[in-house]
Each structure stands twice: as C-alpha cells, then as structure tokens.
Design a protein around this ligand. Structure first.
Ligand SMILES: *[C@@H]1O[C@H](CO)[C@@H](O)[C@H](O)[C@H]1NC(C)=O
Ligand SMILES: *[C@@H]1O[C@H](CO)[C@@H](O)[C@H](O)[C@H]1NC(C)=O
Ligand SMILES: *[C@@H]1O[C@H](CO)[C@@H](O)[C@H](O)[C@H]1NC(C)=O
Ligand SMILES: *[C@@H]1O[C@H](CO)[C@@H](O)[C@H](O)[C@H]1NC(C)=O
Ligand SMILES: *[C@@H]1O[C@H](CO)[C@@H](O)[C@H](O)[C@H]1NC(C)=O
Ligand SMILES: *[C@@H]1O[C@H](CO)[C@@H](O)[C@H](O)[C@H]1NC(C)=O
Ligand SMILES: *[C@@H]1O[C@H](CO)[C@@H](O)[C@H](O)[C@H]1NC(C)=O
Ligand SMILES: *[C@@H]1O[C@H](CO)[C@@H](O)[C@H](O)[C@H]1NC(C)=O
Ligand SMILES: *[C@@H]1O[C@H](CO)[C@@H](O)[C@H](O)[C@H]1NC(C)=O
Ligand SMILES: *[C@@H]1O[C@H](CO)[C@@H](O)[C@H](O)[C@H]1NC(C)=O
Ligand SMILES: *[C@@H]1O[C@H](CO)[C@@H](O)[C@H](O)[C@H]1NC(C)=O
Ligand SMILES: *[C@@H]1O[C@H](CO)[C@@H](O)[C@H](O)[C@H]1NC(C)=O
Length: 484
C-alpha cells in the first residue's frame, strides 16, 4: 500500500494526477488512508469494493470526496489525532461504520449517508454533534458509547435488527428515534441523568433496558418479546399504550417514579419485579394483568397494590411494603384457590408506622372501620406510643406494654361491669370493641416478630380473636371481600 502511495505521489508531482485518478486508482481493494492525498487518489472511484481504513497516525482533518459507495466497512480506529472527518458524497456503507478512539475528533460530516450496516461510535469524547443531514435510514445495529454527543441527529432508522446500544454518553440529553418501529434490543444506559427518550413509533422490541433517564415515551409499543427494564432513572411516571405481553417487566430504584400505567398488559412469560422505587405509593396501573409465568416480586413503601385481573401466577409471589398496606386479602384468596403457585409472601412488616401492627391485622376490608377506633383508644392505652417507636425492638418493649395493657384491661373490665349493670345493650356493643381493640395490641408485639412466616395468618388470628371460632370467620371473609 505504501509503495503504491509513493508511486502515486510521484505521478502527482509529475502533473499526471488527472490520469492517475481515472486510470491508476484501484477501486476494488481495501484502501488504507494515511494522508489527504491518499484520499484524493481514490476520489474518482465512486464505489470502493472493499474496506476503507484511516491509519492510526492520521492527524488533523480529512475529506473523503467522490466516494458514494463502500461495499465493505469504513474504519477509523485509534486515530487519536484526527480532528474532522467529512465524506460529503458517501451514501452507502454496506458493512460497518466504525469510529473508535478518535479522541480529538470534533466534526463528523456525512451529509448524504443513508445506509450503513452496523454503526459503532465509541470513545469520541469531543464529538458533540452528528451531521447526518440526509438521515441514516437503515442500519443493522447502532452502538454509540462514551461520546460527547448531546443529541443524535439524523438517525432516522426504522429498524435495527442487530440492536441499539447507547451507553455512557454523559452529555446526551435527547434521544428521539422518530422513525424507529422495530429493533431487536435497545439499551440506553448511564448517559446524562437529564436524558429524555422519545420512541413515538416503536412497535416491536426484544429487550428494552433504560437507566439514568428523566423520561421515556414508548406509546406505540406492542410487541415486547423480551425484558423491559427501567432502573436508576428519574422518570416521574411511566405508561405504555397497547402493550399486552412480554417476558419480564422490571422497575428498580427509580427514585421519582410515582405512577406506572400499563393498562393493556395481560400476560408475562417471565417476571414482574418492582423494587426500590421510593416515591411509588400506589401500584394500581396493571388493570389487565392476568397471567404471570414467572414470579411477582413487589417490594417498597407502597400503600396500594392491586392486580384486579390476576388469575394465574406460576412462579411465586412476594408483596412486602414497609408502609401501611392492607391489600393482602385478595392475594390471600388467590393463594388459597391455587391461582398463585410457588412460594407466597404478602406482608406489611410495619417498620415504624404507629399502628402498622393493628392495621396489618385488621387488613381485611370487612373491618376497615376498626383502625380509627384503635387509634382513638391508643391515648388511654398509654403504652402504644412506646410500642410504635420501638416497634422494631418489640420484644424489649413487650413486657411494659403487656403490664400496662393488663392494667388498662382491668380498668375497663371494671368500668364495663359497672356500666353493664346500668345499661346492658348499648354498652355491650361498645365494650366488645373496647375489648377487641386491646387484643391486637396484646398480640401486636408477637405479630411484629411474625410477618416473615405467614402474614395472612395474622389477619385470621385477629378475626379469630373477634369471634372466637375459625370456621365462621372464613365463611364471613369470602363474601365480604368478594363485594369489593
Ligand atoms: C486491485 O487490488 C486487488 C487486490 O489487491 C487486485 O486483485 C486487483 O488486481 C487490483 N486491480 C487493479 C486494477 O490494479
Ligand atoms: C498524536 O499526536 C501526538 C502529538 O503530536 C503524538 O505524540 C501521538 O503519537 C499522535 N498519536 C498517534 C496515534 O499518532
Ligand atoms: C480497534 O483497535 C483495537 C486496538 O487495536 C482493536 O482491539 C479492535 O479490535 C479494533 N476494532 C475494530 C472494530 O477494528
Ligand atoms: C460540518 O457540517 C456543519 C454543518 O453543516 C458545518 O458547520 C461544519 O463546518 C462542517 N464541518 C466540516 C469539517 O466540514
Ligand atoms: C453496550 O455498550 C457498552 C459499552 O461499550 C458495553 O459495556 C455493553 O455491554 C453493551 N451492551 C450491550 C447489551 O451490548
Ligand atoms: C421486526 O424485525 C424482525 C427482523 O427484521 C422481523 O422478523 C419481525 O417480524 C419484525 N417485527 C415486527 C413487529 O415488525
Ligand atoms: C434479551 O435478554 C435475555 C435475558 O437477559 C437474553 O437472553 C437475550 O439474549 C437478550 N436478547 C437480546 C437481543 O439482547
Ligand atoms: C445513574 O443513576 C444512579 C442512581 O441514581 C447513579 O448512582 C449513577 O451514578 C448514575 N450514572 C450516571 C452515569 O449518571
Ligand atoms: C407525569 O409527571 C409529571 C410530573 O409529576 C406531571 O406533570 C405529568 O402530568 C405526569 N403525566 C402523566 C401522564 O401523568
Ligand atoms: C397514572 O397515569 C395514568 C396514565 O397516564 C393516569 O390515567 C392516572 O390518572 C395516573 N394516576 C395518578 C395517581 O396520577
Ligand atoms: C421505605 O421506608 C424506609 C423507612 O422510611 C426506608 O428506610 C426505605 O429505604 C424505604 N424503601 C424504599 C424502597 O423507598
Ligand atoms: C380464585 O379466587 C379469585 C378471587 O376470589 C377469583 O377471582 C378466581 O376466579 C378464583 N379462581 C379459581 C380457579 O377458583
């Protein structure tokens, strides 16, 4: 190659360049460009039947004119000192466009480029914009990692069968693939925390993984054949449109996420995992989800979690909230009739919440009027505030509480007897509640040590406490909740 270059240089010096350009250029082999004149030598080729490589030691700017079609790849790899690269006539690169470790590259102008195989832009820290003015309309795959890009202009691809990976572009704040309808996988990870992602026409994707973004819009997504994972993002709310099925859905550590809405999602052949989203209080956006072949694992500080259409969970079920969550009943029922298979945990461990023990035991919606009464009796109980603060150290607190409660019980029992003597029917009603409200508190301390086992038993225990036999309560329980 070097020999040919020197030969052409000599010809150029002799003033024979025009002839050389027409007749001497070998357009049917791989070209290595070490200087601008190397590029000039092939400018008559129109089509290069092979690869075009830029030598590592190329410095400053390079214009590759005249070439419209490269049947192989265009590779600029490790050319640290190239500052700008323009290929104003290039329309097609059949194989790959590789631009790697061009540390000083600031300009990349390929204004006519329309078709590439795979595009790999990697380690281009000074490249801030792409000038693909005609719009790259077709690409097999796109990987853009560790660049200085702020926007991805001119990527008007409609499909990417080899996937799209956009990672570690720390200045990138906008990804809008307006034409993209179909891609195998789409990874958008660790770019700017201010990144907004708009995929208005994306219909089909295999795996879609998104981290560190402020928004994600995929209103048209219909075919999800793999995993949808949204993690470590600053997304406020997330919704899908017609999406009905997928493999896995994962929401993890999205600090600001407060609303998930996937109204048409009906089945997952894998898992539903929602964890570490501290602003997510109400999880009620899965109105149609009926079948989950894997597991459902939903943990956090939510107060509401409903899956109204759920019919079948093959892999197991975990729902634990550290907040006041009282929605286990319906899942308990699904567990009982074997709609939920595999392991099963539905619990509200109760963290520091004042009445979490009482509320979790009063979880059945049928006695939802009880919790206010419990709280109203707490001041007279005296021991309950200390229970609330020391709930985690319940065992240490247990003894004083029990003593206080026994004293209080004695006090109320005496009062009751006194009042009962005066006015039997009304006081009876009131006293039953009075007695009952103390029972959960008595059981409250053991309960806090229990949730790791079978929380749904707690609810039953309490109902037992209420009317002393197990069977009538179960009969009660079913019709009451089926109303809801
Ligand atoms: C161009 O280069 C290829 C590969 O080196 C060679 O086979 C071919 O003969 C050359 N064509 C011309 C016209 O020199
Ligand atoms: C880039 O330029 C610097 C300074 O001129 C030089 O030391 C270095 O070797 C060059 N890099 C390459 C890959 O040629
Ligand atoms: C780029 O260069 C590096 C180091 O020489 C090499 O390991 C890598 O395979 C090259 N990549 C491509 C796509 O040529
Ligand atoms: C690349 O294109 C932009 C916009 O057309 C222009 O401002 C810039 O000067 C061009 N760079 C080169 C090296 O041609
Ligand atoms: C995306 O690119 C990054 C950086 O090159 C790489 O570490 C990661 O494995 C790629 N991800 C996929 C799914 O190809
Ligand atoms: C997406 O593209 C793949 C391969 O190009 C194709 O097999 C598949 O049918 C497309 N899916 C949709 C929904 O268009
Ligand atoms: C999608 O993710 C699954 C599971 O992580 C993996 O097995 C599969 O290869 C991925 N597909 C693509 C196209 O990345
Ligand atoms: C992505 O977000 C996580 C969690 O907020 C953060 O720890 C990480 O540093 C972020 N990554 C980048 C590249 O900003
Ligand atoms: C999403 O959240 C933002 C900020 O909380 C809010 O302004 C916007 O209306 C929400 N959008 C939807 C569709 O709920
Ligand atoms: C959540 O988002 C859905 C769809 O955008 C919306 O209909 C619903 O009202 C939102 N819920 C809340 C609590 O904002
Ligand atoms: C839930 O709340 C507890 C106590 O306030 C806190 O320690 C924990 O980090 C929270 N968990 C999530 C996922 O926000
Ligand atoms: C299981 O119980 C749920 C809730 O009561 C009900 O919707 C569902 O139809 C039951 N399934 C079976 C197989 O009995």
């Amino acid at each position: 190659m070097a020999v040919r270059t020197n030969y052409l240089t000599v010809l150029a010096v002799l003033g024979l360049i025009p002839i050389v350009q027409v007749q001497g250029a070998n357009c049917s082999s791989t070209v290595v460009i070490s200087s601008q004149s190397d590029a000039n030598d092939i400018s008559s080729c129109n089509t290069i039947d092979g690869d075009v490589q830029i030598a590592e030691n190329y410095a400053n700017s390079l214009a590759l004119t005249g070439i419209t079609h490269i049947t192989g790849s265009l590779v600029v790899n490790g050319t640290t000192n190239i500052t700008s690269f323009t290929a104003p006539d290039l329309i097609i690169i059949e194989k790959n466009l590789e631009l790697i470790s061009c540390i000083l590259l600031t300009d990349l102008n390929m204004t006519e480029l329309t078709l590439v195989g795979d595009m790999n832009l990697e380690a281009l820290p000074n490249l801030q914009r792409l000038y693909f003015d005609s719009g790259v309309r077709a690409a097999g795959g796109i990987s853009i990692t560790n660049t200085g890009l702020v926007k991805l202009d001119g990527l008007e691809i409609t499909s990417a069968s080899n996937g799209i990976n956009i990672t570690a572009n720390t200045a990138l704040t906008d990804i809008s693939f307006n034409s993209l309808t179909n891609t195998s996988s789409l990874f958008i990870q660790a770019n700017s925390n201010k990144l907004a992602v708009n995929l208005p026409n994306l219909v089909a994707v295999q795996n879609l993984t998104v981290t560190n973004t402020t928004s994600l819009s995929i209103p048209s997504l219909y075919h999800l054949t793999g995993q949808l994972q949204i993690s470590s993002s600053r997304i406020n709310n997330f919704s899908t449109g017609p999406l009905q099925a997928g493999t896995d859905i994962v929401f993890m550590d999205n600090a600001l996420l407060s609303n998930i809405s996937m109204p048409d999602l009906t089945s997952l052949s894998g898992d539903l995992i929602i964890t570490g989203n501290s602003a997510l209080k109400e999880i009620n956006g899965f109105a149609s989800l009926a079948n989950v072949q894997g597991i459902i694992d939903v943990t956090g500080n939510y107060t509401e979690f409903t899956l109204p259409a759920l019919q079948d969970v093959k892999g197991g079920f975990t729902a634990t909230s550290q907040s006041d969550f009282d929605g286990c009943d319906i899942f308990n029922e699904l567990r009982e009739n074997n709609s939920i298979q595999g392991s099963y945990i539905c619990s509200t461990p109760g963290g520091s919440a004042t009445s979490s023990g009482s509320i979790s035991t009063a979880g059945s919606t049928s006695i939802s009027s009880i919790p206010p009464e419990i709280t109203s009796t707490q001041p007279s109980g005296g021991g309950t505030p200390s229970l609330s603060t020391g709930a985690k150290a319940a065992i240490g607190v247990c003894i004083p509480v029990v003593i206080i409660v026994i004293l209080a019980l004695l006090f109320f029992w005496r009062r009751r007897r006194r009042r009962a003597n005066e006015e039997l029917p009304r006081s009876n009603d009131g006293q039953v509640h009075g007695e009952f409200t103390f029972k959960p508190e008595l059981e409250g301390s053991p309960v806090t040590t229990r949730p790791s086992q079978k929380p749904e038993l707690d609810a039953r225990d309490n109902e037992v406490g209420r009317s002393s036999t197990l069977v009538p309560i179960e009969l009660h329980n079913t019709p009451e909740t089926s109303i809801h």
